[in-house]
Design a protein around this ligand. Structure first.
Ligand code: COI
Length: 353
């Protein structure tokens, strides 16, 4: 593929940084001064640029609006006490972005466009990285179809963008979830393993119904039998039964989460018994009833670990015990301490920018 590596930089004339209360950040609500953009036209990626954060101008017939060619990634950057900036396993996100691109018939983004763009933007925006406990610079790389026409076929032009949102925690407090019996997040042969925007849009209505019933989130089950748990909201799911940590294997329907695989590795390193296998809803109910279900938590980049306090299934509610020391809290601490350069990183995951 032909491309130029030089990134053109157009600086913002004003900064918004002084209007931001970095000690009290919500998740994904405010955006830094600049973004990285690169257009795909004529079968190749064009000049990469860093420009002021601003709206796009798109044709009403742009295919993103009609046929949903849109993919994204979620990552974070951290700043340590010395002011050094770190990413966490960024190549994994880059690779997964291209897995998503392939599935949605979109062009793959060259790794050096992704990585150089990200690093250059971080150098310009490093003051936007929050350092308060539980906060980070949330990074959203995304790509969408700009090419237009009502023909239901892939677009011929695309835009790849990286935008930054200094963010606080995704969830505050423990969550109460509903095990879904009717709707599905993904199906075999579908796009469940891709980070396609539509995967999330499809979750909103069932989640809204669950919220009307007093739950915060949905636990997704398999599309054919609804007997096996698959994901927790927009996160991978972990279960602790007695002292064993379980999660379900990745598949065509389940996202290969960076936090998921990091947690598995850390758990193994800490001597926690780990099982990666299918988990029946019936097993969860039985464990809740006989007192062996200790923890349930979601894991993802945005929330890191989100502990579940209770779940509902077929009209009945099950409470998780209130433990003092949880695997979830322990694993979350180790992963965030690695990410923020507070402790040694024996796995080689941290990347200094
Ligand atoms: C993430 O955890 O980064 C995700 O991509 C989930 C997103 C819906 C906030």
């Amino acid at each position: 593929m032909e491309y130029t590596e030089e990134i053109l930089v157009e600086r913002a004339t004003n900064t918004k940084i002084h209007d931001v209360d970095f000690s009290n950040l919500a998740f994904g609500k405010i955006f830094s001064d600049h973004m990285f953009v690169c257009d795909y036209e004529g079968g190749k990626w064009q000049q990469p640029k860093i420009v002021p954060y601003q709206p796009f101008s798109l044709e009403p017939a742009a295919k993103i609006f009609h046929y949903g060619q849109s993919i994204f990634e979620g990552m974070k950057a951290y700043r340590d006490a010395d002011g050094s900036v770190f990413l966490f396993r960024p190549m994994d996100n880059c690779k997964r972005m291209n897995i998503s691109a392939k599935r949605l018939a979109m062009p793959e983004i060259p790794e050096d466009y992704f990585m150089n763009g990200l690093k250059e933007l971080l150098k310009i925006e490093k003051d936007w990285i929050p350092t308060a406990e539980g906060s980070a610079l949330y990074i959203r790389p995304f790509m969408f179809a700009t090419g237009h026409g009502f023909h239901a076929s892939p677009a011929d032009t695309y835009k790849f963008v990286i935008a930054f949102a200094p963010s606080g925690p995704y969830f505050t407090g423990k969550v109460n979830v509903l095990i879904e019996e009717k709707y599905s997040r993904a199906a075999n042969g579908g796009v469940g393993y891709a980070k396609a925007g539509g995967n999330y849009a499809g979750q909103f209505y069932p989640t809204h119904l669950a919220k009307e019933r007093g739950y915060h989130q949905v636990i997704w089950t398999d599309d054919t039998t609804h007997e096996y748990i698959e994901e927790a909201g927009a996160m991978n799911i972990f279960v602790r039964i007695n002292d064993t940590l379980l999660t379900v294997p990745t598949s065509e329907r389940i996202l290969d989460g960076v936090t998921r695989k990091s947690i598995l590795k850390i758990a193994e390193d800490e001597g926690i018994a780990v099982e990666v296998r299918k988990i029946k809803v019936a097993e969860l109910i039985e464990a809740a009833e006989n007192g062996s279900l200790m923890e349930l938590f979601g894991a993802g980049t945005a929330a890191v670990v989100s502990q579940i306090s209770a779940f509902g299934y077929k009209g009945k509610d099950y409470k998780l015990p209130e433990l003092k020391d949880t695997f979830g809290a322990r694993l979350k601490k180790r992963i965030t301490d690695i990410q923020t350069n507070k402790i040694e990183d024996p796995f080689g995951w941290r990347v200094k920018v």
